[in-house]
Design a protein around this ligand. Structure first.
Ligand code: HEC
Length: 447
């Protein structure tokens, strides 16, 4: 990509990037909505920006989009929209659920707005986007029916006019025997519910036989099962791995509701597909809560009007595959980084969220061939930053001292990270498999 832009940049002045395969003669023509921008909105925005969904406006056609042109330019340029706040300059960039815009797409939208946001020729419009039927579970076809277990959050009513609500009911799963989970979906239970459900997290709470090992001494109580965001299909466990859901377990929901301008009551449904009884996956995925504060929560103290940082180190006692990264902070949170220091002394940044936004608790799930394989003895460093100054637009009061706590005006810093632990033999096999897969994908000399 960088190579393409350098070559073309010299030829077509003022054009920083061009779509691959684009004829040179076209690069100095401003993009149009119909031809260049609508395909991007279809793929990357409409899942949320359509009538009846959580975003404040629809972006399904030119008339709806045109008045928002300036704001769209600002939000995509700063990478606030689509909500995906992974730093593109550092760490792993290959994710299963990536909804970000490529630099080419950002440049196309910016050039479109700068060129007066023209409509162009309607004959160039791409076909309308097709969205899955919300009444059908996404994996119903794949697994031959609806989920084996559906856990519903206690209903909650959002008034017509209100601040956002965070609703956190605890609901028993009703399981009387242990089961292995192979896929998960989560969704608002009603059509109206989609308008107020900003996002939802479902955590698994259960007794563990060996909590020390399971949680890697992290003080873990509840395991994150799944995060729901509009447009997200669900999660299927990687081959031969699953989550163990125990008899007597509970689901802790954490649901973020926004008002839709009218009173709406809704709940969230967690759908679980189990491995058939007797068909146990070999590997157990466990969720770690990796703290980012040296010495623990009591040591968090943010002075007024300052940018501060802290970090904490976690030793992996067993080989493992890191499946995801999800940063958790509150309103003063600015960023979080996860670094692996392997026993050979090498240090590698795995992921960094550099523009944390409390509105969006994105879970960044690594692609199959990108999920880091870390040998036992690896030290994982979680580093967090806070901006308790007035430069942070979410900051309710830069003159306050801020400590650890549950309220959004208190702070936190931890990463939710799913780890699949592997014994030495399986770990070596996974590494060998990865090498083969990577050799195949890089055959074309892409990078
Ligand atoms: C996952 C859902 C989702 C996706 C995908 C998404 N948006 Fe949004 N967008 C929202 C929500 C919710 C808001 C309002 C809350 C906020 O700003 O965080 C919003 C706000 C905005 C705003 C600000 C509106 C205002 O009031 O000023 C703009 C502009 C915007 N989005 C553009 C886009 C564009 C362009 C895309 C695609 C390239 C996109 N969004 C993708 C959910 C989404």
């Amino acid at each position: 990509m960088a190579r393409t832009s350098r070559v073309l940049g010299g030829l077509a002045l003022g054009v920083t990037l061009a779509l691959p395969g684009m004829a040179l003669a076209q690069t100095d023509v401003a993009p149009t909505y119909s031809k260049d921008v609508a395909p991007i909105f279809r793929e990357k925005c409409e899942a949320c920006h359509r009538p009846g969904y959580i975003a404040p406006m629809s972006l399904q056609n030119y008339t709806e989009s045109r008045p928002w042109a300036r704001s769209i330019k600002n939000r995509v340029e700063t990478r606030q929209m689509p909500p995906w706040h992974i730093d593109p300059a550092v760490g792993i960039q290959d994710f299963q659920n990536d909804r970000s815009l490529s630099q080419v797409e950002i440049d196309t939208i910016v050039r479109w707005v700068d060129g007066g946001a023209p409509q162009g020729n309607q004959a160039d419009l791409p076909p309308a986007a097709v969205f899955a039927d919300d009444d059908v579970w996404n994996y119903a076809e794949r697994f031959g029916g609806p989920p084996d277990l559906i856990v519903r959050s206690t209903p909650h009513t959002m008034p017509a006019l209100s601040q956002d609500h965070w609703w956190k009911p605890k609901v028993p799963t009703g399981l009387t025997e242990d089961r292995w989970v192979r896929a998960i979906e989560i969704r608002p239970s009603t059509v109206e519910g989609r308008r107020i459900t900003h996002h939802a997290l479902a955590m698994l709470e259960q007794e563990e036989d060996d909590p020390e090992t399971i949680a890697q001494a992290s003080g873990l109580a509840a395991g994150l099962l799944m995060e729901w965001a509009v447009g997200k299909e669900g999660e299927i466990m990687r081959a031969n791995s699953g989550k163990l859901m125990k008899a007597g377990s509970n689901i802790d929901f954490d649901i973020h509701y926004s008002t839709a301008g009218e009173e709406i009551t809704s709940s969230v449904e967690l759908g679980l597909y189990f491995y058939p009884k007797g068909e146990e996956p070999k590997h157990r995925q466990v969720l770690s809560l990796w703290m980012g504060i040296d010495g623990g929560p009591g040591n968090l103290l943010l002075p007024p009007n300052e940018v501060t940082t802290s970090q904490m180190f976690h030793v992996m006692k067993q080989n493992g595959r890191i499946e995801n990264f999800q940063a958790h902070q509150h309103l003063r949170g600015k960023g979080m980084q996860m670094t692996a220091i392997t026993p050979d002394g090498r240090s590698r940044v795995l992921s960094r969220v550099s523009d944390f936004n409390f509105n969006w608790h994105n879970n960044y799930v690594y692609a199959d061939n990108a999920a880091p394989l870390l040998p036992k003895g690896t030290v994982v460093e979680i580093q967090a930053w806070w901006d308790n100054t007035s430069a942070n637009r979410s900051n309710p009061d830069p003159n306050q001292w801020v400590g650890w706590g549950d309220r959004t005006v208190d702070e936190m810093a931890h990463a939710w990270v799913n780890v699949t632990y592997l014994d030495d033999e399986d770990f070596e096999a996974a590494k060998a498999e990865r090498e083969v897969a990577l050799a195949e994908t890089t055959d074309g000399g892409e990078q």
